[in-house]
Design a protein around this ligand. Structure first.
Ligand code: HEM
Ligand SMILES: *[C@@H]1O[C@H](CO)[C@@H](O)[C@H](O)[C@H]1NC(C)=O
Ligand SMILES: *[C@@H]1O[C@H](CO)[C@@H](O)[C@H](O)[C@H]1NC(C)=O
Length: 493
């Protein structure tokens, strides 16, 4: 009776208040970090730091306030950020097995399903990565095969530049197409004309998905997937774009199945189909058509925007630094001349050009936060405790701009990669491809592309801006860091 009276005297507002306080306590208890967990700024209950801008200035202050290992809260999850060459090296190289897994991110899980190469773990990851690696290594006759394809493609790219007849044009999708064609050759066994509307559409869908992946809504999806998935917004566009891209890949795979000849494999898909047959008895290895679709998607996703964006930065820097462009051209003329195409054995004779390409990758900073990773076991880093399963980001830009490693971190300066004799000098803090067990699978391929496209273009053309429209060196920050769209004039040399 007495209880009933007390309950009656509570009005609705009171109840709501009680429920709120109760949830708050649950939230505080549930999200309390373990002892010695990396510290971070004060965060909102329930939401955490979802409203914290991940822009360079805000985060610089965090690293300054909280040191090279700090945490941010996103919903009830705590994410650890690792910055600076020393600490990133400690995490990825000295503790090779501590941070080798990928976290499950709900938004990408819709498409990638935790299988394939880039977003998988365990045996699945090991088997699929090894298989793709072997294929890349054996493609054609050793490295020659890939080198030859890239050389051919650079000729097509030069033709497309020439057709613009010295007028200003936006090279964005030509470069994406050229880079996409190298992966197409590896995976599908053929390239696409720059006028192919289907492939152009695919490139645009992909570019859009990568840009939107950096949006606030996409990040909110990973915090509250069950709510956000029912709302309209950019995350829906991402999913729909990936659906169209996987449909396209599925069609290519179906075509391959029709005229598949195990005796004469043409490409990655053919070789994979053989592997599916060979490993029928071993389902845990994960070789099946569903995984094949995701592996091919991984190769395109990881290999296209990254390499194409680097090439766009290359053009932007060459236009902004005409005297460096001229020095590269002088080296090309001296070592290669004008009568033959550049090849990979030229690189060792071209330390200046090699240094310029490295410096473009360093300052271009194309994947600023790397791909997210997850502690594969309980780990201790910089005196902090990071429990198994914690999502971590190794801040690659903080390595590429580390003031303890680079003489002039914020200045475009090829001397970073040259010794006093003008010979090429390796730098440990050069980590645009990350490092350790999850290091970029396509690093060699990407380096070949960058060298051959860059030297072939500069051998044939002088690149300059449209008068009065010098492209800015200030990029756009999303999942990638990319230059704003710009116009270039390519005049035959
Ligand atoms: C300039 C071009 C490129 C850059 C800057 C780049 C950068 C990266 C970075 C930072 C990672 C994350 C590594 C980590 O988690 O620690 C990565 C992973 C990866 N990259 Fe690249 N990449 C480039 C080109 C390519 C190309 C051409 C391919 C295609 C063959 C490729 C395939 C991959 C794959 C499959 C992964 C996932 C590896 C795994 O999870 O085990 N990348 N890349
Ligand atoms: C990563 O490092 C760069 C360079 O030090 C810094 O500007 C940026 O704010 C950092 N980002 C994060 C998320 O820590
Ligand atoms: C590159 O070109 C030079 C000059 O034509 C040639 O001697 C060399 O064998 C070539 N290297 C490759 C790997 O094709």
């Amino acid at each position: 009776m007495i209880l009933q009276g007390v309950l009656d005297s509570f009005d609705v507002k009171c109840w709501l208040f009680f429920i709120f306080v109760f949830l708050l306590v649950v939230d505080i208890v549930r999200s309390r970090p373990p002892p010695k967990f990396p510290s971070g700024p004060w965060s909102l209950p329930f939401l955490g730091n979802v409203f914290t801008n991940l822009d360079f200035k805000t985060m610089d202050k965090m690293a300054a306030d909280y040191g090279p290992v700090f945490s941010l809260r996103r919903g009830s999850e705590r994410i650890v950020f690792i910055s600076g060459y020393k600490m990133v090296k400690e995490a990825l190289i000295n503790q090779l097995h501590s941070f080798a897994d990928r976290p499950i991110t709900p938004l990408f899980y819709v498409t990638f399903k935790g299988i394939g190469i880039a977003l998988s773990n365990g045996d699945m990851w090991k088997n699929q990565r090894k298989f793709a690696n072997t294929h890349l290594r054996n493609f054609g006759e050793g490295k020659k095969g890939l080198e030859h394809h890239i050389q051919l493609e650079s000729s097509f790219l030069c033709e497309a530049f020439k057709e613009e007849q010295g007028r200003g044009f936006n090279p964005h999708f030509m470069l994406n197409n050229a880079v996409g064609n190298v992966i197409s050759s590896v995976v599908f066994g053929h390239r696409f004309e720059y006028s192919d509307e289907n492939f152009q559409k695919l490139l645009r869908l992909d570019n859009e998905a990568v840009i939107l992946a950096g949006s606030a809504m996409a990040q909110l999806y990973d915090v509250f997937p069950n709510i956000v998935k029912h709302l309209p917004g950019p995350h829906q566009t991402i999913n729909s774009n990936y659906r169209q891209i996987t449909d396209f890949l599925q069609q290519e795979i179906d075509k391959h199945k029709e005229d598949w000849d195990p005796e004469n494999p043409r490409d990655y898909i053919d070789t994979y189909l053989t592997e599916i047959n060979k490993r029928k008895e071993d389902p845990t290895a994960g070789f099946n058509t569903e995984t094949l679709v995701i592996c091919t998607l991984d190769l395109f996703e990881a290999g296209m925007e990254t390499a194409a964006t680097t090439l766009r930065w290359a053009l932007v820097y060459m236009m902004n630094y005409p005297e460096i462009q001229k020095k590269v051209q002088a080296e090309i003329d001296k070592v290669i001349g004008q009568s033959r195409q550049p090849n990979m054995s030229d690189r060792t004779n071209m330390p200046y050009t090699d240094a310029v390409i490295h410096e473009i990758q360093r300052i271009g900073n194309v994947v600023p936060l790397g791909f997210p990773k997850m502690a594969s076991k309980d780990a201790t880093l910089g005196g902090y405790f990071i429990p198994k399963g914690t999502t971590i980001h190794t801040n690659l830009s903080s390595v590429l701009f580390d003031k303890d490693e680079w003489e002039t971190p914020y200045t475009f300066n090829p001397e970073h990669f040259l010794d006093s004799d003008g010979q090429f000098r390796r730098r440990d803090a050069f980590m645009p491809f990350s490092a350790g067990k999850r290091v970029c699978l396509g690093e060699n391929l990407a380096r070949m592309e960058l060298f051959l496209y860059f030297t072939t273009l500069l051998q044939r053309f002088s690149l300059s801006p449209v008068p009065g429209a010098m492209p800015t060196l200030e990029g756009v920050l999303g999942f990638t860091y990319s230059p704003e769209d710009f116009l270039v004039r390519a005049l035959p040399r």
